[in-house]
Design a protein around this ligand. Structure first.
Ligand SMILES: Cc1cc2nc3c(=O)[nH]c(=O)nc-3n(C[C@H](O)[C@H](O)[C@H](O)COP(=O)(O)OP(=O)(O)OC[C@H]3O[C@@H](n4cnc5c(N)ncnc54)[C@H](O)[C@@H]3O)c2cc1C
Length: 830
């Protein structure tokens, strides 16, 4: 037999086994058959064949899970592993373990199961939730005037506060049995998104009690007595909650808060010798603190007199403290960028509270960090992504309309290629952001708490929203800059850094959390290896480590084969579901997923614990994972909407952009891996033909922008869920009316232009021209009305506000009451 053919056959066989990740026993049988065939027909020398059999038997013993392997290979390996495993602090460990692994686990596997993605149920609102959006949410939006809120009142109007409390906005997540609305994550997200499009102050005021805070913590960890007392009060708005974690000395590094409590005995409520905690804290940036009646507080608890047990340092603990408790100080306000929601510091010194103020009571003492991380694993997926999508949708709607309505050089500005580039980015980003929002809250409604995905959507949706609002501002020019009641962008632009900073500031989230947590949590084997190395049962530890470690080896081999093969073939031979547009993307994502899984393992293997410090490498690995996730969500949205052909430019733009960004992150890694030889080899193995994922083309951007410059179905779907007033005097509603009017007038305008070019009309000014066109029968009386309406609405849409010399301050102070914290407290408690 030809030796080359035999070698190729063996390589092909091994490649096939690795590609399909077949278990060791299948490898053993397949290779044994191959060797038998070689022995019978190859005519190779008996010495060579004997050697091959020896190698095979040794490999079979090592690769199959036998007792011999466990004792002779895995046990010593486990000892080595334990020695080299980087130190993981308790807080890091609890962050890693928080939440569940969901679709990101498929991307880490290098072999995503596409039918699983397509099979996830399409997220949908219940009739009750839809009615709430169409009723109270719509009404609240109508009630709000963002300029009045942010510039004149520096607060929500009292009527809006009342409405928010009475209609249950503060209890969206509280189950019905406690008097709350018990809404799904999707409904929660839709409500925040819609409110955002009317102004972030109300959105944030509603968002905070429904995210990480007293209600969420009580639901999961509260004692029955705490739930029975507080949840109905929170649901009815009788309590205004806030949650205080951040200390001036500990922001991002929240696990290091210096705020502390000491277990002691003191007098409480007329009773002597009550077991409790003496608390000292200094918190800042706390949303709703200036008006809160219930303070959720995070602190480190110490027990120097061992009243609770043997330990001195009991760890981070959470308590709920009525703000009327003697010594609790709240009230002053910070002034966050462009927004008027309540935010401020709180502090206290030696404030005694009884032990039953601890959330969950005595058994939850010291578990605060774990409770926070678990709550954040879900909560981070809802509020800020919804807020970001609201901004993006509003920008898509208004910038599309403004791009058509605003003319320069006798053309709608949206028709200029340079402006098209910005509008295309707005549309493409808004599409993929909405897709990620909906798919992720869908996961929460399926019972998942996807910690890594929640970090992905928090980071990427807030970042994309920043890009979108910047683009929208650029397209609007001076109209976006001059502030006043008719500016619908500037407040969103000012407030964007708030979303970037809170719930895990973005740089940290990208550099430390997405891959740092994902590599351990989403990887199919790493957490199992770590868990086995920490197991104190020696036999179980070896058994579990053996399974995880050898599974991991096969996984790496498989990803190497898959990544190279899929790179060489462009994944074109791979079977994938969906229509022809989706299939190709599924193939390409599978290819990048295999390459990512391999890169992740190589980075962990070569850098080990140092990867934690090499944040820019970790960030790029996180970028790849994130872009692949976002691309998946866009495909899922397209599928769930019934694959509307009209939406294809949005799908293509957003998926191509995401895959291009993923490829750039790969190249960023190749350029910066500490070992240049390994980087060179990886680059040529994974991208044998160089870069293959170009950014969306100009032509695609042009088609996408065409969808936004007129009231198409695609535009309607893209911007669904935002608030647009029915009153044409409202700036956004007025712009929409102008868009329709301008489109209706275009054929009339064309007739007049033609008549002017042919010399039939001599007038020079607009009124003059229209009158002449009517007089000469170029347009009818009805067409003249259409032209005039378009001119009037267009003019209104492009105008900006102006003010007296003192910018209206005297007027404001004459018409509004000064806002004092005492008045605020009185108002909330009334
Ligand atoms: C308007 C507003 C509302 C808020 N509401 C609340 C609230 O209700 N309750 C509450 O407890 N807190 C609240 N916060 C606090 C918020 O969570 C913190 O601002 C946030 O955690 C960041 O902390 P910091 O501002 O001190 O920034 P710092 O921790 O000083 O960080 C500064 C920068 O350094 C980066 N950074 C820090 N460490 C790393 C690292 N290891 N790797 C990479 N980058 C790093 C951060 O990403 C950030 O970009 C609020 C903040 C604001 C502004």
């Amino acid at each position: 037999m030809n030796t080359l053919v035999a070698i190729l056959a063996v390589a092909g066989l091994l490649g096939f086994l690795a590609y399909h990740r077949l278990p060791a026993i299948v490898w053993t049988i397949a290779v044994a058959i191959g060797l038998l065939l070689l022995s019978a027909y190859s005519g190779w020398s008996p010495v060579l064949l004997g050697l091959l059999w020896i190698v095979f038997i040794a490999a079979a013993v090592v690769c199959n899970p036998t007792r011999l392997r466990r004792q002779q290979v895995s046990r010593p390996l486990l000892d080595v592993f334990r020695r080299i495993l980087p130190e993981v602090s308790q807080t890091e460990q609890e962050a890693i373990e928080a939440g569940t692994v969901w679709w990101e686990g498929e991307l880490f596997s290098g072999k995503p199961t596409w039918n699983r993605l397509l099979g996830y149920p399409r997220p949908a609102l219940s009739a009750e939730e839809q009615a709430f959006l169409d009723g109270p949410v719509e009404d609240l939006c109508q009630m709000l005037n963002d300029w009045q809120v942010t510039h004149e009142l520096c607060d929500l109007p009292q009527q809006a506060w009342q409405f928010i409390r009475e209609k249950g906005f503060l209890g969206l997540i509280i189950p019905k049995q406690y008097g709350g609305l018990g809404f799904s994550a999707l409904a929660h997200s839709e409500i925040i998104m819609k409110l955002t499009t009317r102004g972030s102050t109300a959105a944030i005021t509603v968002m905070v009690p429904n995210s990480l805070g007293p209600a969420e913590l009580l639901l999961h960890y509260g004692t029955e007595a705490q739930k029975e007392y507080y949840l109905p009060r929170l649901a009815q708005g009788l309590e205004i909650p806030c949650f205080a974690l951040t200390n001036p000395e500990a922001g991002s590094d929240a696990g290091a808060i210096p705020d502390f409590g000491v277990v002691c005995r003191d007098e409480w409520d007329g009773r002597l010798d009550v077991l409790g905690i003496r608390l000292t804290w200094e918190k800042r940036y706390i949303t709703l603190a200036p008006v809160a009646t219930l303070l959720g507080l995070a602190f480190r608890l110490y027990d120097p007199d061992h009243l609770l047990g043997d330990a001195d340092d009991l760890g981070i603990t959470l308590a709920l403290i009525p703000t009327t408790t003697p010594g609790v100080r709240v009230g002053r306000r910070h002034l966050p960028l462009g927004a008027a929601f309540m935010n401020g510091p709180t502090w206290g010194k030696d404030v005694f509270v009884p032990m039953d103020f601890v959330i969950g009571g005595g058994e939850r003492v010291g578990q605060g960090w774990k409770m926070l991380m678990n709550s954040l694993a879900a909560g981070r997926s809802i509020s800020l992504p919804a807020n970001s999508c609201g901004i993006a949708k509003l920008c898509a709607l208004t910038t599309g309309a403004y791009g058509r309505v605003r003319q320069q050089f006798r053309l709608s500005i949206g028709r200029f290629e340079g402006v098209e580039e910005a509008i295309a980015r707005i549309g493409g980003n808004a599409y993929i952001m909405d897709a990620a929002r909906v798919m992720t809250v869908g996961a929460l409604d399926m019972g998942e708490k996807p910690a890594v995905v929640s970090a992905i959507v928090k980071y990427h949706l807030t970042e994309r929203s920043r890009q979108v609002i910047n683009d929208a501002m650029d397209v609007h020019g001076g109209k976006g800059i001059c502030m006043g009641p008719s500016n619908y962008l500037a407040r969103g632009y000012q407030q964007q850094p708030i979303a970037i900073t809170v719930e895990g500031a973005n740089i940290l989230t990208r550099s430390m959390i997405i891959f740092g947590q994902g590599a351990i949590r989403g990887h199919p084997y790493v957490l199992k290896e770590i868990a086995a190395s920490g197991d104190t049962d020696a036999e179980r530890a070896v058994r579990d480590f053996d399974a995880a470690f050898f599974g991991h080896l096969l996984f790496v081999a498989s990803n190497a084969v898959r990544a190279v093969w899929l790179g060489l073939t462009g994944a074109r031979l791979m079977l994938a579901p969906g229509d022809r547009h989706m299939r190709r993307y599924f193939q390409r994502i599978t290819r990048l997923s295999a390459a990512f899984a391999l890169m992740a393992d190589i980075a962990m293997l070569t850098l080990g614990g140092a990867l934690k410090r090499r944040e820019r490498l970790s960030a790029r690995l996180g970028d790849i994972l994130s872009q692949l996730y976002l691309a998946c969500t866009a495909l899922k949205l397209y599928e769930d909407r019934g694959r509307p052909r009209e939406d294809l430019p949005l799908l293509h733009w957003s998926v191509r952009d995401a895959l291009h960004r993923a490829e750039e992150a790969f190249y960023g890694l190749f350029a910066n891996l500490p070992n240049p030889v390994a980087a060179w080899i990886l680059k040529h193995l994974l991208f044998p033909y160089g870069r293959r994922f170009p950014p969306p083309s100009d032509e695609l951007g042009h088609r996408l922008v065409g969808l936004l410059l007129e009231p198409t179905g695609a535009r309607q779907r893209l911007t669904a869920g935002i608030f647009v007033s029915r009153d044409e005097n409202d700036p956004v509603a007025g712009l929409e009316a102008a868009l329709l009017a301008v489109i209706a007038a275009e054929p009339v305008g064309a007739k007049i232009r033609k008549a002017r070019e042919e010399g039939e009309i001599a007038g020079r000014f607009p009124e003059e021209i229209i009158e002449e066109a009517l007089a000469k029968g170029v347009v009818t009386a009805e067409e003249k009305v259409v032209m005039e309406r378009a001119r009037r609405l267009r003019r209104k849409a492009i105008m900006v506000d102006d003010f007296p010399q003192d910018l209206g301050r005297t007027e404001i102070y004459q018409t509004t009451q000064p806002v004092t914290t005492d008045a605020l407290h009185g108002r909330i408690r009334s």
